[in-house]
Design a protein around this ligand. Structure first.
Ligand code: SF4
Length: 229
């Protein structure tokens, strides 16, 4: 698994991470933006052919951002400024992310930057919350962008074990037919015709399916009415 070092505040940590052999860097232009420091990182990354993700977060925008602009515009501006700096150093192993908690803000920012730059976009909704609501916010943002053809890699950010983020991420990709990964479970919502405890049965089957890697489809139905056909 590639190791990506997510660096904030101290540019020397980025240099140390590169020295240690990381496969990728994330820099936050909200807290590492001084040209001299970014140049030092870019130079070291270029020597090692290591890509840099310019990871803008709505919660930590540069203090110099124009307050008259929308948050989405400020996010785009922060990314473009650092992109220009890296390009001036002939560094083009660039990825970009523009994450916010607010879904429409995130979508606006990604739509805007997708029209302006040729670099891959890492998409996600940041600080999305606990699985109950965070998965829904993430699906709303990530799926909308992917359906518009925007986004090259995804991250689901949940206040939960990272395993839950990976499961949710795969489910998003599977739902859009973008990736096959393990089984797909269909289960009915249950009704008065159910002949079994469908909730319990579906949960038991889901638990068992985690152990299977094959891309099979499994249906758990309460009666014969809406069988898989
Ligand atoms: S499959 Fe049967 S039990 Fe399930 S919702 Fe449909 S009619 Fe009800």
């Amino acid at each position: 698994i590639p190791i990506i070092a997510d660096i904030h505040f101290d540019y020397r940590l980025a240099l140390m991470a590169l020295e240690a052999g990381v496969d990728g860097l994330r820099l936050n232009p909200g807290n590492i933006s001084e040209p001299k420091r970014v140049r030092a990182i870019a130079q070291a990354a270029k020597e090692r052919n290591v890509p840099i993700r310019i990871g803008v977060n709505a919660g930590s925008l540069p203090k110099t951002a124009n307050p008259k602009l929308t948050i989405a515009q400020r996010m785009v501006d922060a990314a473009l400024e650092q992109i220009r700096l890296l390009e001036s150093l002939d560094f083009d192993l660039i990825k970009v992310s523009l994450k916010a908690f607010d879904v429409p803000t995130t979508i606006e920012a990604y739509q805007s930057i997708a029209e302006k730059i040729p670099y891959p976009l890492h998409i996600g909704i940041t600080e999305a919350g606990t699985p109950r609501t965070g998965i829904i916010r993430s699906v709303a943002g990530i799926s909308t962008l992917l359906y518009m053809g925007i986004g090259d890699t995804i991250r689901v950010s949940l206040t939960a074990h990272p395993r839950e983020e990976v499961i949710a991420g795969y489910e998003i990709l599977k739902s859009l037919n973008l990736r096959q990964h393990g089984p797909i479970l269909a289960s009915c919502p249950s009704c008065g015709r159910a002949e079994v405890d469908i909730v319990k049965l579906a949960e038991t089957v889901e638990e068992q399916l985690i152990k299977i890697n094959k891309p099979i489809k499994v249906a758990v139905m309460g009666c014969v009415v809406n069988g898989p056909g």
